[in-house]
Design a protein around this ligand. Structure first.
Ligand code: PHE
Length: 344
């Protein structure tokens, strides 16, 4: 009995000594487990009380309980002290100097091309066009032949490309192949707007890149005329630039349209007065367009006697270059943050 009482006393001393050295929540939790836990020192002690002679047990049990109560009280005190301490420390760490300049937040932003593509597509969506896409790796058939550009046609010079698997698999040089793919899987009326990347085998300079974007438009229906084409394009120009923007149509040639044309718009920077951006002409070339060639309609199984179509293709970077007065197309895909961060 005497030895058990002694153990109890040393246990209490050791526990209180340890508790004084406990300095934070996790050490506190640890202490509780070691002394007061289900497998802790006090529980061990109580188990050994069970081995005593029956007459000695009540006194030993009471003594152990008194120590338990004392340790729990000491624990609660220490816990309160530590909480008060850590609050102070937290206040100290949270102290801020309100006179310091704020730290700049670095937020991401849409690429200038993405921004302009979204504007273009949403304008055409309002005009009743549905957005669609096509593959960048294309067959010669879709990129050239079905568009009325046979293998020996000189117009192929306008669209020199990269061959993935010559001569039939290539990187598309324009989004016009999506005209064919769309018509193949639908019946008129068709109205689509097609943004996407295109590739050209080209020496790079301030106005030429080997990869850029185009936005293609196509409408096919019974009775569509050049007036519909012009109406849609003028409506577009007056939404993306100014409501009173003047447009000019010039004859041009693309093998997949007849007649073919190009549309110029009044320079949106100087409003036609003449400036650096429009090279003092007051006009900017904006896009190619025309009425879908009967051969193209025939190639997709449409009857050119029954339906007519119009198509157009534009370069979104060109539009962004004009509106932001950017003088080098290579800036778009050079990944220089000093350039890109200007469009956040
Ligand atoms: N695909 C032509 C180009 O890349 C543009 C165009 C599209 C012209 C549709 C007419 C009709 O230059």
């Amino acid at each position: 009995m005497a030895s058990l009482a002694e153990t109890l006393e040393t246990l209490e001393k050791r526990a209180l000594g340890d508790l004084a050295g406990v300095g934070d929540d996790s050490a506190l939790e640890n202490w509780r487990n070691v002394y007061l836990g289900r497998r802790g020192a006090l529980a061990d002690y109580l188990r050994s009380v069970g081995q005593l002679a029956a007459a000695d047990r009540p006194a030993a049990g009471q003594a152990a309980n008194a120590v338990k109560v004392a340790l729990e009280a000491a624990f609660a005190d220490r816990e309160a002290q530590i909480q008060a301490l850590s609050l102070d420390a937290r206040f100290e760490a949270d102290r801020i100097d309100v006179t310091l300049p704020a730290r700049r937040l670095h937020t991401g932003a849409l690429h200038p091309t993405t921004q302009i593509l979204r504007r273009i597509v949403s304008i055409f969506r309002d005009l009743g066009f549905r957005e669609t896409e096509g593959p960048e790796v294309e067959l010669d058939w879709y990129n050239f032949e079905a568009l009325n550009i046979p293998p020996d046609h000189p117009a192929r010079d306008m669209w020199d490309t990269f061959y993935v698997n010559p001569p039939s698999v290539l990187l598309r040089t324009h989004t016009s192949p999506v005209q064919i793919r769309t018509m193949e899987r639908s019946t008129p009326p068709v109205r689509v707007i097609v943004p996407g990347r295109v590739y050209r085998y080209e020496a790079q300079d301030p106005s030429h890149e080997w990869m850029f974007y185009q936005v293609e438009g196509l409408a096919v229906d019974a009775g569509l005329t050049m007036a519909d084409l012009k109406g849609v394009l003028v409506a577009f120009a007056q939404r993306i630039f100014w409501p009173d923007t003047q447009c000019k149509f010039r004859c041009s040639y693309f093998p997949f349209v007849e007649p073919g044309m190009e549309m110029d718009v009044q320079c949106p920077i100087c409003r036609g007065q003449g400036c650096r951006v429009c090279k003092h002409s007051g006009w900017l070339e904006l896009l190619g367009a025309g009425m879908v060639h009967p051969k193209v309609l025939t190639n997709v199984g449409y009857d050119p006697e029954q339906v007519h179509g119009f198509a157009f293709g534009m370069g979104p970077e060109r539009i962004a270059m004009v509106t932001h007065v950017i003088d080098d197309i290579r800036l778009f895909y050079g990944n220089d943050l000093r350039f890109l961060q200007q469009f956040g």
